[in-house]
Ligand binder design. Structure first.
Ligand SMILES: NC(=O)c1ccc[n+]([C@@H]2O[C@H](COP(=O)([O-])OP(=O)(O)OC[C@H]3O[C@@H](n4cnc5c(N)ncnc54)[C@H](OP(=O)(O)O)[C@@H]3O)[C@@H](O)[C@H]2O)c1
Length: 314
């Protein structure tokens, strides 16, 4: 019999208090699948949104979209990976676990430059950012306004836009400004008066031509539609319901949004390559033992975690 492992599930719809650790027998990999011994699992806002009241999920809800770990077993037909390979994977189902089984296509090798904890935070936020940068057509003559630039998605979007040669104006609280300057962005504090502060920065960097919203506040889209004339170059990853009314791009799942499946799948290996050569960094602001997933969710829900939160299995 296979070893029994732990996994975290939402036992009911609600807040972090519904999370439970249960024992499961890991599923053997089927054809084309890989079984991963999880060392670290990235925490993403989707994880706690997925079991919120009204989410429509049927408990128990398995959690965890992205992991970093070591290949433990491969199923028939898998030639690219062998036991012992260090990998990252997104999207997986039930990544908050000691062991997860997933199709080989969702894996990439862990970039050596990232340790296993950082690597667990590379893909979910990274592919969303890559989708936003691609969908809005960011190029080297653009000035890109990134809302929520202190978060996992926003920070990745800032770095990817800078890599494309764009100038970037990034909204974040003051504690993140030095970090964003190091990435090559012009930081601006969000909150009342944002439009005026961005206009002041426009005097130095040029007119904003693209906006990417990873914050979801009314202010983010209001500012974006005021500044950017071409609404097909404004994308939100959060305020999906409002996007249609405003005629801006809604990216992700739900409310008629563009899931960007092909772009995101292609981004997986591109992000790993950028992380491998040091062009893309992942910042981690907190780690928690797997059993303390609820504490990680409390912090993520507060909305100011900044760096990635990561669960550790050992
Ligand atoms: N549609 C999709 O496909 C998709 C994919 C991934 C994520 N998302 C969504 O994108 C959002 C961000 O995800 P994430 O992983 O980046 O979250 P995160 O890492 O938890 O980051 C959240 C950041 O948002 C910043 N923030 C909070 N209120 C803000 C405001 N009013 N204006 C500007 N920034 C603000 C905070 O920065 P400070 O520390 O500076 O306050 C915080 O660090 C979430 O709602 C998530 O569900 C959507």
């Amino acid at each position: 019999m296979a070893d029994v492992g732990r996994e975290v599930v939402a036992s009911a719809l609600g807040g972090p208090e519904v999370l439970r650790v249960r024992e499961v027998e890991p599923r053997a990999p089927g054809p084309g699948e890989v079984q991963i011994r999880v060392h670290a699992a990235g925490v993403n806002p989707w994880d706690w949104k997925s079991y919120a009241p009204g989410a429509g999920a049927r408990p128990p809800v398995r959690l965890g979209l992205e992991v970093a770990g070591v290949v433990q077993a491969v199923g028939p037909g898998v030639r690219w990976y062998s036991p012992g390979d260090e990998v990252v994977a997104w999207p997986v189902t039930g990544g908050y676990a000691d062991v997860v089984t997933a199709p080989h296509q969702v894996l990439v090798r862990r970039p050596e430059r990232l340790d296993v904890v950082q690597a667990a935070g590379l893909l979910a936020a990274g592919v969303a950012a890559a989708h936003a940068v691609e969908a809005t057509g960011v190029g080297d003559d653009d000035v890109v306004l990134v809302h929520g630039a202190a978060g996992g998605v926003g920070r990745a979007a800032v770095q990817l836009a800078v890599l494309r040669g764009a100038r970037v104006v990034a909204t974040a609280s003051g504690g993140w400004h030095d970090c964003l300057r190091r990435f090559g962005a012009e930081p601006v504090t969000y909150g009342p008066g944002l439009l005026d502060r961005v206009r002041e920065v426009e005097g130095r960097v040029g007119r904003v031509s693209v906006a990417i919203d990873a914050a979801g506040s009314p202010e983010a889209l209001d500012t974006s539609v005021t500044l950017v004339a071409d609404r097909s170059r404004i994308a939100t990853l959060v305020a999906l319901d409002r996007a249609a009314d405003l005629g801006v791009l809604a990216l992700g799942h739900g409310a008629g949004a563009d899931p960007g499946t092909d772009v995101r799948d292609a981004a997986r290996s591109q992000l790993a390559a950028l992380a491998a050569d040091g062009s893309l960094d992942v910042l981690v602001s907190g780690t928690y033992p797997l059993e303390e997933a609820a504490a990680a969710h409390v912090r993520s829900r507060e909305g100011h975690a900044g760096g990635k939160l990561v669960l550790l299995t050992r």
